[in-house]
Design a protein around this ligand. Structure first.
Ligand code: HEC
Length: 148
């Protein structure tokens, strides 16, 4: 029992810190285009709210989110019936931990209702794996299509 208490006391502040980091990264680097509430902006950037949770149910979706923040993407993208044609910058200057935190923030804050049961947060390791073999735009579009 004492071990469990120690384990919780250790894990909880870490979880809170990474949730806060994720919001800070989002507000600094993502909100200008995707908006503070993830609603997106017509003609600028697609929504990140209510559109990503279901993708976490399949492996392609789990690679797609790390992939798009590492590689960036430009061109036409349809979301909720609207075509966006803009530039999603690459965020490879941010660390694996920062990118995992911002993706978990986007998923847990803006997509909580559609996350699959038993969803496990994205780990820094998954960012590292994608960074080691950066996906092409074609691969990213394929993963997006496969995880709708
Ligand atoms: C300069 C504006 C801009 C900024 C800043 C930006 N994005 Fe994007 N983002 C876009 C655009 C534009 C697209 C669509 C790309 C396309 O048309 O191919 C996009 C697409 C995405 C998608 C895919 C959405 C979907 O429906 O498939 C995700 C996820 C995403 N961005 C996350 C982020 C995160 C996380 C950040 C901050 C680290 C960020 N974006 C910062 C413009 C931006």
């Amino acid at each position: 029992m004492r071990h469990l208490v120690f384990a919780l006391a250790w894990a909880l502040p870490a979880a809170i810190a990474s949730a806060q980091d994720g919001k800070a990264v989002y507000d600094t680097h993502c909100a200008a285009c995707h908006q503070p509430d993830g609603a997106g902006a017509l003609g600028l950037a697609p929504p990140l709210a209510g559109t990503l949770g279901k993708r976490m149910a399949v492996a392609e979706g789990r690679k797609y989110l790390p992939g798009i923040v590492i590689s960036g993407l430009a061109g036409k993208m349809e979301s909720k019936g609207v075509i966006y044609e803009g530039l999603m910058p690459s965020w490879q200057q941010l660390s694996d931990g920062e990118l995992a935190a911002v993706l978990n923030h986007v998923l847990n804050t803006f997509n909580a209702a559609e996350l699959p049961a038993g969803f496990k947060p994205i780990e820094a390791d998954e960012l590292a794996a994608v960074r080691a073999k950066k996906p092409t735009a074609k691969e990213l579009r394929g993963w997006r299509a496969a995880s709708q």
